[in-house]
Every structure is written in C-alpha cells, then in structure tokens.
Design a binder for this molecule. Structure first.
Ligand code: PLP
Length: 412
C-alpha cells in the first residue's frame, strides 16, 4: 500500500492567501462597481530594469548560435555571476566571501525551505513570531513538529514572539530554551523591522555559545536606507562560523517571475554528526544542491549579472526608490490617521496596529468594505501578529496614493 507523508496533513492548509482571495472575490461579486486596490500580496508590480532585459535578450541570442550555446551549467552557478556577488554584495561592505561559498538558485523561498534537509530531524528549531510561513511549513513537512494548536502554533517549534516593546526584534532564547537552528529575517517580512549591528552581534554570540546555526534571510537587504544597519550577517564578527545567508533578486530587481537568488554557506561553518564529530556544512549543501538542482538557466544568470552593471545598479536604485516612496505615502497616511505603525523605512512593508483593538481579520473586512483596499491580516503570520496588519509598498504609485486617500476619507 502506498502511503503518504503523514506530516503533510498537519499543515494548516495554506489558509491566509486563499482566504483573502475568497473574501475579496465575494466582495467584488457583490459590488461590481467598486475598484479594489490590492496592497496585500508581497509581489512586485514594476517591470524588470532595462539593463536586465537587454542582458537577457542577448543571452537568448547566445543560445541560438552553436558557438555561444550553453547546455548544463555548473549547478551552483556561473562564476561570472558569483564574481559580481562577491564584489558588489560583499567586498564592497568589507565582507570576504569565496566563490565556492556562493550557491546560485531559483529562489530564497526554495533555499530557506530546502536548507533544513541537511540538519538532523531532532534539531530544536526557533522561529520568530510573526514569521514568513515557509520556515515553519517546511519543518512541519519534514516531521520536526507535532500538531498545530488552535492558535496555529506547532508543538515542538520554539516561537520567539516579538511586538512593539522590542520593535519586532525578538529577545534571545532564554537559558532553558536550547536552540540548534534559528531562522532570522531582517529587514523583516511582514513587520518591516530591521536589526541593528548590536542586535545581530548578540544573536551571533548566542549562536556561538550554544553551538547553534542562524539561517539569515536577507531578501530585503536592498531596501535598507539607514547606513548603520548591516545588509549582511557577515558584517558581524564571527558570523561566518555560525550563519547561512539567503539573498534574492526577487524584490531587489523585480525577479519574482524571472527567478534567481543565492545562498552563502561559509567554509568555516560546521555542525556535529551523530558521533559528535564536526562536519563542514558547505560540502553538504553543495551535495544537496548538485543532486537535486540543475542550476538557474543561462539567460537568467546573465540577467542577474546585469543587476550589477553601472546601468543595472542605477536602475535598481530607481526601482527601490519608487517602492520606498510608496512606503512613505503609506506611513504618512497612517500617521495622519493616528494609526500606530512600524517598518516602511528600511523595508517595503508597513506593519500597523489595528485601530480600536479590532482583530486582524475584522480590520481586513472593514478596510475592504469601507475603502475597497486589500491588505494582509497580521494573524496570518503567526499568533503574535494578531491585532496587526501588513500593507505592502510594492503597488503602483498612483494606486497607493488613491488607497491612502480612500482610507483617510472612508475608514471610520
Ligand atoms: C519574497 C521573499 C523571499 C524571496 O523568495 P524568492 O523565492 O527568492 O522569490 C524570501 N524571503 C522572504 C521573507 C520573502 O518575503
């Protein structure tokens, strides 16, 4: 008898976005004359930068000629892209990263989801709450958890909850909470929070002292505007011994439909095997990546390379400025309404506290009905997100202005 992986049935079946979709389409059906503005999903709306398009066109032409055709490439990516990453993402910030520490992939969602495969099933996992759901669900699928309770929290995971008191940067685990793997995401989705150098240093020190590994998701680093905030965890002394870093071109350069990202696994990074011997993680991830992945397509790696050209960097900066102007419009609108909010300065998400103590879904309904604006209920990101709400700055600029105008006029 063929049997399924029972752990899949523990998953709280992708509730958040389907439920948003259901409520929005029901509202649209009942109110066909209303124009709905979506500031909900975390997808970009502006086209790829011109330099990227040009490089991709040229790479397609390379594929059309025998002399310049590319077949299977190196699974971990072409050096022409890794060298740019090494130079512009790391050396420019004083960080040393070797080419064989960089693994080009088709997404940080995939990498943050797949990385747990190289760790023991008994690993004690810490996640922040609220959190990007991928970290949780992939550990559920692997069998590292029990069932979810009625708040959606899985038995066996450690939730490090955060809120206004700590500016959405959770405190370190307590002495009794011995953690092996810690997922951190800064700038954060959904809260827009960033971690200071001091805060990241505390995490690195904690990881060293407790022999834990930090999985650092930096998908939004390009949105940091404050020069004092680290873009990479490797800007912290000693982080190469305790952290894996994930980066993506999805939000930075509009690659959500094009697909390119990378993961850095430093050579110094080790963990114990069952005999207690230290084993380097870089070769393990290399083995996993080369066995189960055949590399990002040549035209897309050329497209990613163009992100680092002079024109590409300028165009990416313009793209980011466009979205961060939306974030400013959202923040100023909320300030004028007296709605408490965070983020939107070093991250493309604004996280607000629902007014009048409404729960996240009640505020969702009110915003939809009174302003015809769609956002994301904070409770969908974890129990600690209840009473909060996420607005995304990835919308069209004119629509964002109109959305905030409608919220100002109509939200009672
Ligand atoms: C969007 C996002 C990513 C990027 O995922 P890709 O698979 O590279 O598109 C990674 N982490 C977080 C938290 C995100 O919100």
């Amino acid at each position: 008898m063929a049997r399924i992986n029972d752990h899949y049935q523990k998953l709280k079946a992708g509730y958040l976005f389907p439920e948003i979709g259901r409520r929005v389409s029901q509202f649209a059906k009942q109110n066909p004359d209303k124009k709905i503005i979506r500031l909900g999903i975390g997808d970009v709306t502006q086209p790829l930068p011109l330099a990227v398009i040009e490089a991709m066109h040229k790479a397609v032409d390379d594929m059309a000629r025998k002399e310049t055709f590319y077949g299977y490439g190196p699974e971990s990516g072409y050096d022409f892209l890794k060298e740019k990453i090494q130079q512009y993402d790391y050396a420019s910030r004083g960080v040393r990263v070797e080419l064989d520490e960089i693994f080009i992939s088709d997404g940080s969602k995939c990498d943050t989801g797949n990385i747990q495969e190289i760790f023991d099933l008994g690993s004690r996992i810490a996640i922040t709450d609220p959190v990007y759901p991928v970290y949780v669900d992939t550990n559920v699928m692997a069998g590292r958890t029990g069932q979810a309770n009625d708040k959606g929290q899985y038995e066996g995971l450690t939730y490090l909850s955060c809120g206004p008191d700590d500016n959405f940067v959770p405190a370190l685990p307590t002495a009794g909470q011995k953690m092996d793997i810690i997922y951190l995401c800064f700038p954060n989705n959904p809260t827009g929070a960033v971690a200071t150098k001091e805060q990241l240093s505390q995490w690195v020190r904690y990881a060293k002292e407790s022999d834990a590994i930090i999985l650092f998701d930096a998908a939004y680093e390009a949105f940091i505007s404050d020069p004092a905030i680290p873009h990479s965890i490797y800007e912290i002394e000693g982080a190469r011994e305790v952290a894996i870093e994930f980066r993506s071109y999805s939000k930075t350069a509009g690659f959500t439909g094009t697909r390119a990202a990378f993961t850095v696994v430093p050579r110094e990074l080790t963990a114990a095997n069952s005999k207690g011997d230290r084993v380097a993680l870089n070769p393990l991830w290399n083995r996993r990546h080369s066995t189960k992945f055949n590399g990002v397509s040549y035209p897309v790696q050329r497209a990613a390379e163009a992100v680092y050209s002079d024109a590409g960097r300028r165009q990416v900066q313009e793209l980011i400025a466009y979205y961060m102007n939306n974030a400013r419009v959202i923040r100023e609108g909320l300030t004028a309404l007296g709605i408490r909010h965070w983020g939107g300065v070093n991250a493309p998400y604004v996280w607000l506290q629902t007014p009048n103590g409404l729960d996240s879904w009640a505020f969702f309904d009110r915003l939809l009905q009174q302003a015809n604006v769609v956002g994301t209920p904070g409770s969908g990101f974890g129990a600690a997100g209840e009473g909060f709400f996420r607005l995304s700055a990835f919308g069209d600029a004119a629509q964002v202005v109109e959305a905030m105008e409608r919220i100002r006029k109509n939200l009672s």
